[in-house]
Write a new protein. Structure first.
Length: 280
């Protein structure tokens, strides 16, 4: 029986104690302590980590020993800084010490695009594809998306067009049930995750001020997380006003977690959709 099994940690993987000891013993941390005070070949002592974190040695030791406590975000962030943890390591620290992930950064809603992500969008042709930021501002499109939705490449906002523009109610088939209600539910979900985000606050305010029907649907209190996998219908000028069905593929790039990437996979002609679900 190894130490982790004795400590009852085997079922949960590595213990926080093991990770903290490994992190503070890394040679790269030697530079955090003046050369005159360096007495070991590598890493930091518990006392040094505590000092760099702004807490007592006793407080830090209790964490490394695995003793339960109400560790604050300020303490965990200070510890992550002292140990020079990467963003992923900081995430694990929170999960192990507090049982929750760290709060997501609030910042603005300006999206990030690069050449590789744009190439991905372009490679989805002939299917339309776009990338949007946290507040649904469209930050990248491919050529088919611009053909289908000529307004989209001009850094438009998906939700403002879909929920407030009169033509959207005709072009998005079954606008109320298949588009407006799920979209508003997604906005509510993301607003709950980013309550201080200025772009999301402004989006919610504009939508509720701009339409009585949107206000009525918002009052239903529905919550949706995403549209990945759903089938929806469109009636666009690009298709001569004929109805087409699309399967929505939505994803989040690992490098740009504040972005959404959406591909509209056109379904075969004659495809039947009822209540937003595909029938084979």
């Amino acid at each position: 029986m190894d130490a982790r099994e004795q400590d009852g940690e085997d079922s949960a993987g590595e213990s926080l104690s093991e990770l903290l000891r490994a992190w503070r013993r890394r040679p790269l941390l030697r530079g955090r302590v003046p050369a005159a005070q360096q007495r070991r070949a590598q890493g930091l002592s518990q006392q040094e980590v505590a000092r760099l974190s702004g807490v007592s040695e006793r407080w830090y030791r209790s964490l490394e020993l695995g003793k339960p406590a109400n560790f604050s975000a300020d303490f965990l962030d200070g510890l992550a800084s002292a140990l020079q943890l990467s963003p992923v390591e900081r995430h694990v620290l929170y999960l192990k010490a507090a049982g929750r992930p760290p709060a997501e950064p609030e910042g603005d809603t300006e999206g990030v695009m690069d050449e590789q992500l744009q190439h991905f969008l372009d490679s989805q042709a002939p299917n339309p594809a776009y990338a949007s930021d946290i507040a649904w501002n469209i930050v990248g499109t491919n050529a088919p998306l611009a053909d289908w939705f000529p307004w989209a490449p001009h850094r438009a906002n998906l939700m403002r067009w879909s929920l407030l523009r009169p033509e959207a109610r005709h072009q998005l088939v079954d606008w109320r049930n298949d588009w407006a209600r799920p979209y508003l539910g997604q906005i509510r979900y993301v607003r709950a995750r980013h309550p201080q985000n200025a772009g999301l606050r402004e989006l919610e305010r504009d939508l509720l001020a701009g339409s009585r029907e949107v206000r009525e649907l918002w009052a239903l209190g529905e919550v949706h997380d995403h549209s990945d996998g759903v089938v929806r219908r469109l009636r666009l000028p690009f298709h001569g006003g004929n109805e087409v069905s699309v399967s929505v593929v939505a994803m989040v790039p690992m490098r740009f977690r504040a972005l959404r990437v959406v591909v509209l996979m056109q379904m075969p002609r004659g495809h039947v959709v009822r209540n937003g679900e595909r029938e084979g």
